[in-house]
Design a protein around this ligand. Structure first.
Ligand code: R1P
Ligand code: MN
Ligand code: MN
Length: 404
């Protein structure tokens, strides 16, 4: 028996506002339902996700939807286990979501820069400038990462000052031109920032390199890097690798887990390359392995950009590739599809939304099963610990007995 698991995180694919959404101002948000609604309105046809539906997505979404369900056709035949999970972690950010998926919820509060302008403390900026030798910084505010390039890209190129911005997340983001400022210089700058930001309890420093020669064509590249603090406890990835297993990261995963519990890290840019690399690794890996992929495009290119049509088209593309992923599963490969938070592209602002995430599990030949409402994303990590015969995680209920 060659036990393998494949996890794909559809970054930001929420399926209905969470019971505690009121604390986040997100009551009514529903990433999936909003995309389906706008798709129908603007394209005059239904969003078509037959393969995700065959894993139980539509049933899970209906159960999670708080009366605002996605108008998407259900499958006649469901072949997977499906449920929806709420989040224990205090934040609706990417690391919290991912760490909780791996069995480690974030129960403490991150530090945030909550002032919309002049967001960063003066002493932080002066030390950063002094240590890195830059003449100053631009931005120093809450911003959308693409808008701020239009606004400040030229000034950055002219002055050599990096663009530093934040959001409602616990992040310090730095945009700089790959050629004018230099990619390596940007990464070095971010490493110094990472050191200085520990005392502010900031979850991530994110390097946002871009190219182009005018505001009309400044574009972020695939060389994004996230510098995360360590997860607060060993995740199921740590446990599996310590026990001699293998965890292959594809895309942002390794960065999100601060490279803890990762055996090998592969980069790929764009949905197509991410799915291709996942398929290649599924064929390569053997017993006691996890292939773990983050599909960042949903969040970065469509959710935050408030582009429901783009999001819907990307979902349809992924849905078309799903049969390949299912066919690549051996008898003992467990395929898991989930998300790390919501990012309703019709919601106000440009931030994430506090939502239920889908929990879809598939193994060839299994009986369909309703996993119902899961009390934590950590049920996924606990199921993986159970599946690989590892010590139980401190959080989460295993649903392994439903995947037979
Ligand atoms: O607008 P961009 O730069 O994509 O930023 C988004 O990406 C960050 C990390 O996921 C979030 O905090 C959000 O602000
Ligand atoms: Mn995310
Ligand atoms: Mn995001």
């Amino acid at each position: 028996m060659a036990k393998k698991a494949v996890i794909l995180v559809l970054d930001s694919f929420g399926i209905g506002y969470a019971p505690d959404a009121d604390k986040f101002g997100d009551v009514g948000a529903n990433t999936f339902a909003s995309i389906a609604r706008v798709f129908q309105q603007k394209k005059g046809r239904q969003l078509a996700l037959p393969n995700l539906a065959s894993l139980g997505l539509v049933k899970a979404a209906r159960a999670a939807s708080g009366g605002k369900q996605a108008d998407v056709t259900d499958a006649e035949n469901v072949v997977g286990a499906y449920g929806y999970a709420k989040e224990l972690s205090s934040g609706k950010d990417t690391p919290s979501g991912h760490w909780e998926i791996a069995g480690v919820p974030v129960l403490f509060d991150w530090g945030y820069f909550s002032d919309k302008t002049d967001s960063f403390p003066t002493e932080l900026i002066s030390e950063l400038c002094q240590r890195t030798g830059v003449p100053g910084i631009l931005g120093n505010c809450h911003a959308s990462g693409t808008d701020i390039l239009v606004k400040l890209g030229d000034e950055h190129v002219r002055t050599g000052m990096p663009i530093c911005y934040t959001s409602a997340d616990s992040v310090f983001q730095v945009a700089a031109h790959e050629e004018h400022f230099g990619l390596q210089r940007l990464l070095d700058f971010c490493l110094v920032a990472r050191e200085l930001l520990d005392k502010y309890n900031i979850g991530r420093v994110i390097a946002r390199p871009f190219t182009g020669d005018s505001p009309a064509n400044y574009a972020r590249t695939g060389n994004r890097r996230d510098y995360s603090v360590l997860p607060p406890a060993p995740t199921v990835l740590d446990k599996l690798t310590l026990a001699g297993g293998t965890v292959v990261s594809i895309g942002k995963i390794a960065d999100i887990y601060a490279h803890q519990g990762i055996s090998q890290s592969l980069k790929a840019t764009g949905l197509e390359a991410l799915v291709d690399t996942t398929l290649t690794q599924m064929q390569k890996q053997s017993d006691n392995s996890i292939v773990f992929t983050n599909l960042v495009d949903f969040d970065q290119n469509f959710g935050h950009r408030r582009d429901p049509i783009g999001y819907g088209e990307a979902l349809e593309y992924f849905d078309q590739r799903l049969p390949e992923l299912m066919a690549a599963c051996d008898a003992d490969t467990l395929l898991l599809l989930t998300a790390d938070h919501g990012c309703d592209p019709t919601w106000h602002g440009t931030e994430h939304t506090r939502e239920y995430i889908p929990v879809l599990a598939y193994k060839p030949g299994m009986q369909a099963a309703d996993l119902g409402e899961r009390q934590s994303f950590a049920d996924i990590g606990q199921t993986l610990a159970d599946y690989f015969g590892l010590d139980a995680m401190a959080y989460g209920d295993s649903f392994k007995n439903k995947i037979n």
